[in-house]
Design a protein around this ligand. Structure first.
Ligand code: HEM
Ligand code: SF4
Length: 567
């Protein structure tokens, strides 16, 4: 069926979702946030403000472990907030890490959570602590604007500078795109930083207007051969094309997105489709901008479950979408340029770049930086930061790269890592664990059906002996777990994905490739721990017996169990 503009404009005025009305009535994302903050009777904010606060990088949450106890005592739930920073490309200077360390200690649970999208979030911030937290971040030149909500969120970029001589040049695009897609509203400064409204309030927002996007929007830049940021899982994925050490431009992929809803067959995970190539900064920024305007104008504003760009593109058809993009841009995309990904994992340990600078990638299990018995990671990173000799870079796999270290400074950093057992921990951790990720889930995520980061470490300890039994312990298999089908730790783009369906139960997905270019497929439903272990053992036994050469677990599973094509 041919596409027509009126067919895809799903946002009939009388059929808008509740969030759409909240956005347009919010006066530039202000709503009644100031009143909500002043209300000392409750630790929560007003219901409509709970939608708006996301655009300022925060989620209202509560301690789900304590709901029952609080209800019994006739107390309201223990409300607090999660604040997520906007850190394009995931880069902090050592002074900023020191500030973050102290802000986390003073205002949150103290755990610094490195996310799967190269930023940081702090949990457990009480309502009265939000403003002091945002003010402290502001002094450190950090903000949380647009880190959540129906806007473009944190922009990712392949993390490791040693992987390309022109990393810095490409990395700067993350910042440019982030700035391009920032909401124009000054609400953040007025509500959280007590700034006076500007006299001539110029807040026209040509990109977001007063309705913002129909749903969250994610952008990432990959620098081949690394797909560490899982470029195809984003609404827009840019693939840097480098020839003779020169940045020639970007292939543009669009329509990636992972979240699905259990029981809603209309929802699905999708990898981005590569549309073509552009050869200049001006063109890439224009194309990114216009992809967002198409989504703004044609995305579904009635049903939030079907509102991501992936559904808009599939409804329009890829070719029509591309034509519309070219029309809005005023230029045509060139043919896609060749590229090849060969890696998705992080390069643990020391690496050196073309200028002789050193980089140390350390393993942070599920991105949680805290001091644990025998592993005082938070203290160690503070010591590193205090030397002022290393920058901090976050990877899309929730790890930290201590970066840009001069040859002469390397021994100092090395000594700290060794003193606190960080290098031993990174060296001695098993490869499955190093290639695993879990989302937050309990106790804070209101959407969690099952455990994520609190459970995966112990499950891995039970899977590791199975791998050893079949001499697979050195296979870099990717394993990702989430507490619900929203997929925050990208489980559908892993060789083994575990997606929570109920407390203690997970769907098992297999058959994804190692590089993030093929999604996995649901293999079994609602498995408890015993069933997960039993099933994996059966799969590992067959894989170790029948694999051909260095065939990956994902490729083998896809052929053997998903498509039954192994002879
Ligand atoms: C309908 C879809 C989704 C919803 C409603 C959703 C909601 C949430 C919520 C409520 C949290 C906060 C959890 C907490 O801090 O306690 C969260 C965290 C997060 N989500 Fe999502 N999410 C969705 C899909 C995704 C997808 C597909 C990705 C990336 C592929 C993603 C990336 C993240 C990241 C990076 C975090 C931060 C914590 C972490 O690294 O686990 N989300 N999400
Ligand atoms: S995947 Fe689900 S449970 Fe996990 S953080 Fe995202 S929304 Fe919460």
């Amino acid at each position: 069926m041919a596409w027509a503009a009126n067919e895809i404009t799903m946002s009939k005025k009388d059929n808008l979702s509740a969030v759409e009305r909240i956005k347009t009535a919010s006066e530039g994302l202000r709503g009644t946030l100031k009143e909500s903050l002043r209300d000392a009777v409750t630790g929560a904010i007003r219901e409509d403000d709970q939608s708006l606060v996301k655009f300022h990088g925060m989620y209202q949450q509560d301690d789900r472990d304590r709901r029952e106890e609080r209800s019994q005592k006739k107390l309201e739930w223990l409300y607090f907030f999660m604040i997520r920073l906007r850190i394009p490309g995931g880069f902090l200077k050592p002074e900023q890490w020191i500030d973050l360390h102290h802000i986390a200690g003073e205002h949150s649970t103290g755990v610094i959570k490195i996310t799967t999208r190269q930023t940081v979030q702090l949990h457990g911030i009480l309502k009265s602590h939000i403003k002091p937290t945002i003010k402290a971040f502001n002094i450190s030149h950090l903000d949380s604007i647009a880190a959540c909500g129906d806007v473009n969120r944190n922009v990712l970029c392949s993390a490791h500078p040693a992987q390309s001589a022109i990393h810095e040049e490409i990395f700067r695009y993350a910042d440019k795109i982030s700035t391009l897609a920032l909401p124009k509203s000054r609400a953040y400064y007025e509500v959280w930083l007590d700034e006076e409204p500007l006299a001539d309030k110029q807040e026209d927002d040509p990109l977001y207007q007063d309705r913002y996007l129909p749903r969250k929007f994610k952008i990432a830049i990959a620098i081949p051969p690394d797909n560490d940021i899982d470029v195809f899982t984003n609404d827009i994925g840019l693939i840097a094309i480098i020839e003779n050490n020169e940045l020639k431009g970007f292939n543009i992929a669009a329509g990636g997105g992972l979240s699905t809803t259990h029981g809603n067959a209309a929802t699905y995970a999708r990898l981005g489709t590569v549309l073509g190539f552009v050869n200049s900064e001006e063109k890439v920024l224009k194309a990114v901008y216009e992809i967002m305007t198409i989504q703004r104008d044609h995305g579904n504003r009635s049903d939030r479950k079907l509102a991501r760009l992936k559904y808009t593109i599939d409804r329009m058809g890829v070719n029509v979408f591309k034509e519309e993009l070219e029309k809005r841009c005023g230029f045509e995309l060139e043919n896609t340029r060749p590229y090849r990904f060969t890696e998705r994992k992080d390069y643990y340990g020391w690496q050196q770049n073309h200028e002789g600078k050193w980089y140390y990638t350390l393993f942070v299990e599920n991105g949680r930086v805290l001091d644990e018995k025998g592993l005082p990671l938070k203290t160690a990173l503070l010591e590193v930061a205090k030397t002022g000799k290393a920058n901090f870079r976050f990877t899309g796999n929730q790890n930290v790269i201590l970066s840009d270290i001069a040859e002469t400074d390397k021994p100092v950093i090395e000594a700290i890592l060794s003193k606190f057992g960080i290098s031993d921990h990174t060296n001695n951790t098993g490869i499955l664990r190093k290639n695993s990720m879990a989302c937050v889930a309990f106790n804070t995520c209101p959407l969690a059906l099952a455990e994520g980061q609190r459970y995966l470490p112990s499950l891995i300890s039970k899977i590791e002996p199975l791998l050893e039994k079949y001499t697979l312990q050195d296979e870099p298999i990717t394993l990702r777990m989430t507490g619900c089908p929203n997929g925050c730790a990208r489980p559908y783009a892993a060789e083994i994905g575990l997606v929570g369906t109920a407390y203690g139960q997970y769907n098992l997905h297999i058959g994804g490739d190692r590089l993030g270019e093929r999604l996995n497929t649901k293999f079994k439903e609602n498995l408890d721990e015993e069933q997960i272990l039993q099933t994996l053992e059966e799969l590992f036994a067959v894989y170790s017996r029948e694999r051909k050469g260095d065939e990956t677990f994902g490729d083998f599973s896809n052929k053997k169990w998903i498509h039954n094509t192994v002879i």
